[in-house]
Design a protein around this ligand. Structure first.
Ligand SMILES: [Zn+2]
Length: 446
């Protein structure tokens, strides 16, 4: 393996990817209408000789599966990209319209999905097309999946459904959204993030119990509302003792530059390395509890015997409902009568290990293209479709779309907000690194 990147023309790669991204941006796939986007990608890939298949549970919401067949004696790799986007809000709030694919004179491409994640979807399709055109034959299959319905997921037409009906989509490895940010740390080093897992979501209803009565005589009965207020204070103040997973230990070690001895101290030093870590790192070291929705009396003149708060709880991947219940009961105490109810099954919460050939390959690629950067594993506090691959197939799935030209703040501000945009040079950079990564994985033996 050479220690430097093969010289590649990033501008040519950008110019290949940009028109495809612009066309994708012009298709309004606001959590629906993904079929035209899947067909666009299909036509582009078939023109490069890649075999493609539209797979749809709902004809308007097709997924695309494209495959570059390998010789069958090496690990397989999936490249993922969701084709849907979140609502754009009021177009008048945007500097450039959200579904126009506008590129400005300074080299920014604007639109809903420019950073989440039609940019990734387009560049992964380009990667596969360029490899096919060059005659590249991997050892394991390279599969490109452009999936619908990631942003909502309730329609069950995207990856969660697809992995159930298509066991042939099992791959050893996958690259998806959720990582690749490039940050300048407070100590002067450069960090490139790779997302190796995510937390688990489990909403819970906490109901304070009392005795209903007429509101004109509030000393009679027992008002559940002030009782609930006491419970909410405890829920909102919850700061569990920090706890490490192997992956978060590796994250803190990379950020602090030394092994973790005092965890609270390591967390404090790591969080101070970049403003984006201030609230993220504490959230990755334990359960978070956010009281968000309230219900008291149904009538103004009735003191309620029951008042409820719904909490958005996010658990570490190794915590289950029993673990959360024990944590909440210890927190809520014994002086206020209450009931706990889990509102859904736990959702998400899978993590891929770091000692894998895919992790090594990403690290090698970053070393070749960005020699002074350190690769930092992170977990996501949110959710990505990577979970469904890990859960269904045991796939090692990471979030990695390398950014070099767009400040991570610009991405963070635009995603799920107005004025989502990306610098076009990041398209060329991302294709170059994906080509390098796929070639390295495709050369591995089984
Ligand atoms: Zn996304």
């Amino acid at each position: 393996m050479s220690s430097t990147a093969t010289p590649v023309d990033h501008a040519a790669l950008r110019d290949e990817a940009l028109p495809l991204l612009q066309e994708l941006l012009r298709i309004d796939t606001t959590n629906g209408n993904e079929t035209p986007a899947a067909v666009l990608l299909q036509r582009y890939l078939e023109a490069a000789g890649v075999e493609c298949e539209l797979v749809a549970r709902d004809p308007g919401r097709a997924d695309l599966v494209a495959r570059l067949r390998g010789t069958g004696d090496g690990p397989s790799l999936a490249l993922l990209g969701h084709t849907d986007v979140v609502p754009a809000g009021r177009p008048a709030d945007w500097t450039h319209p959200p579904f126009a694919g506008h590129v400005d004179a300074a080299g920014w491409v604007w639109g809903r999905g420019a950073a989440d994640m039609k940019n990734e979807t387009a560049t992964r399709a380009v990667t596969l097309a360029l490899l096919a055109r060059s005659g590249f034959r991997p050892r394991g299959d390279i599969v490109f999946i452009a999936e619908a319905d990631e942003e909502d997921g309730t329609a069950k037409v995207g990856l969660e459904w697809l992995v159930g009906v298509r066991p042939d989509l099992r791959t050893d490895f996958a690259i998806n959204e959720g990582g690749g940010d490039r940050l300048t740390l407070a100590d002067g080093r450069t960090a490139v993030l790779i997302a190796v897992g995510e937390k688990r979501t489990l909403p819970v209803a906490v109901s304070a119990l009392g005795e209903a009565t007429h509101a004109s005589r509030p000393t009679a009965g027992a008002n559940a509302v002030p009782r609930l207020a006491r419970l909410i204070d405890r829920l909102a103040a919850h700061r569990p003792a920090a706890r490490l997973l192997p992956e978060t230990a590796a994250m803190l070690e990379a950020l602090t530059g030394r092994p973790v001895e005092d965890l609270d101290e390591a967390a404090r030093v790591a969080a101070a390395q970049h403003p984006s870590f201030e609230h993220t790192i504490p959230a990755l070291l334990g359960t978070t509890v956010a009281p968000t929705q309230l219900a008291g009396s149904a009538a103004r003149n009735v003191i309620p015997g029951r008042a409820t708060v719904i909490c958005d709880c996010r658990l570490l991947p190794d915590t289950d409902a029993d673990g959360l219940e024990a944590e909440l009961r210890a927190l809520l105490g014994h002086d206020v009568p209450y009931e706990l109810e889990f509102l859904e099954e736990p959702m998400g919460g899978t993590v891929s290990p770091l000692d894998t050939p895919l992790y090594d390959a990403v690290r090698d690629v970053v070393r070749r293209h960005d020699p002074d950067a350190v690769l930092v594993p992170t977990l996501s506090t949110g959710f990505t479709d990577s979970h469904f691959l890990r859960q269904a197939f045991g796939t090692v799935a990471y979030g990695f779309w390398p950014l070099r030209h767009t400040p991570s703040e610009v991405v963070a501000d635009g995603v799920h907000n107005r004025d989502e945009r990306l610098h076009v040079d990041d398209l060329g950079y991302a294709v170059a690194l994906h080509l390098d990564l796929v070639r390295q994985i495709g050369a591995l033996g089984g």
